[in-house]
Design a protein around this ligand. Structure first.
Ligand code: CP
Length: 308
């Protein structure tokens, strides 16, 4: 498998074999890390350009780079760059490519990572562009599922919440389809998975996905509840967000009907959709899922830099 020089902009840029390769190498890196930091990317520089808030994606990319012996340049506020003086993102990216070996970027502008990838010679990794895509999140979601269940094929995953604006679930749906994992979508009608994605799932992967509006209708039959927050920042009007914000809340009462061994994942941040009383239960995987971002992003960085 050769990921060297590859941009990762959407899940459509990767194959099932790429996913398996990254997951295998993430496992190897996680094991090797137990003995201490590595030198695989010594002399290499990652630039993280994050023009929207992030805790997990930016810091796990940066941690991954440090643990591989590389270095990091970071932009986390556009006001601290010459974007504030009117420079455009393309010019900024063209300059930054001369300072680094790989770029990870998050931007509110859908399509901007692709535009930059077409312009610069270093690999570009999309860390989330508006409501469009977040293609590295599913790698750590799948890695977590594999660790928990030992397999991906044959599982049934309910993806719950804001499926319209949630970029993580757009990418996750493609990844699960590629890996042969069954899905059911649970959302209010107003926040359904976009038809464009449902069409690709059907036409490209032959996957027909059930759609429901209530967690109660699926909780006894799924292996995984993949919860997501309502994406406040994407709603055109705050009043529409307020109508939706408390639509789902998973608590111990609701969990009483869950399937034996069922796991809860969430890309985080969580708002109110998972009651904290569930955090210490055997179902909760969301914090280990976030931690899995480090070995997974180590594998992605080492892959696109041609070191695995
Ligand atoms: N899961 C995720 O994308 O989290 P951040 O927004 O904190 O990066």
């Amino acid at each position: 498998m050769d990921l060297k020089g590859k941009d990762i902009i959407t899940l459509e840029d990767v194959s099932k074999e790429d996913i398996e390769f990254i997951l295998e190498n993430a496992e190897i890196f996680e094991e090797k890390l137990k003995k201490g930091p590595l030198k695989v990317l010594e002399g290499k520089i990652l630039a993280t350009i994050f023009l929207e808030p992030s805790t997990r994606t930016r810091l796990s990319f940066e941690s991954a780079m440090h643990k591989l012996g590389g270095r990091v340049l970071t932009v986390s506020k556009d006001e601290m760059t010459s974007l504030a003086k009117g420079e455009n993102l393309s010019d900024m990216a063209r300059v930054i490519e001369g300072y680094c070996d790989v770029i990870a970027i998050r931007t509110p502008i859908e399509g901007a990572p692709k535009m930059i990838a077409d312009m610069v010679s270093v690999p570009v990794i999309n860390g989330g562009d508006g409501a469009h895509a977040h293609p590295t999140q599913p790698f750590l979601d799948l890695y977590t599922l594999k660790k928990e269940f030992g397999k991906l094929e044959g599982l049934k995953v309910a993806i719950i919440g804001d499926l319209k604006y949630g970029r993580t679930v757009h990418s996750l749906a493609y990844a699960l389809a590629m890996m042969g994992t069954e899905m059911v979508f649970v959302s209010p009608r107003e926040l359904r998975m976009p038809d464009s994605i449902i069409k690709v799932l059907k036409n490209k992967f032959g996957v027909e996905v059930e759609e429901k509006t209530k967690i109660e209708d699926i909780i006894s039959e799924v292996d995984v509840l993949y919860m997501t927050r309502i994406q406040r920042e994407r709603f055109p009007h705050e009043s529409e967000y307020k109508k939706m914000k408390n639509v789902y809340r998973l608590d111990s009462k609701l969990m009483k009907n869950s399937k034996e061994g069922m796991k809860i994942l969430h890309p985080l941040p969580r708002i109110d959709e998972i009651a904290p009383e569930l955090d210490a239960t055997k179902h909760a995987c969301y914090f280990s899922q976030a931690h899995n971002g480090v070995p997974v992003r180590m594998a992605i960085l080492a892959g696109v830099l041609g070191k695995i």
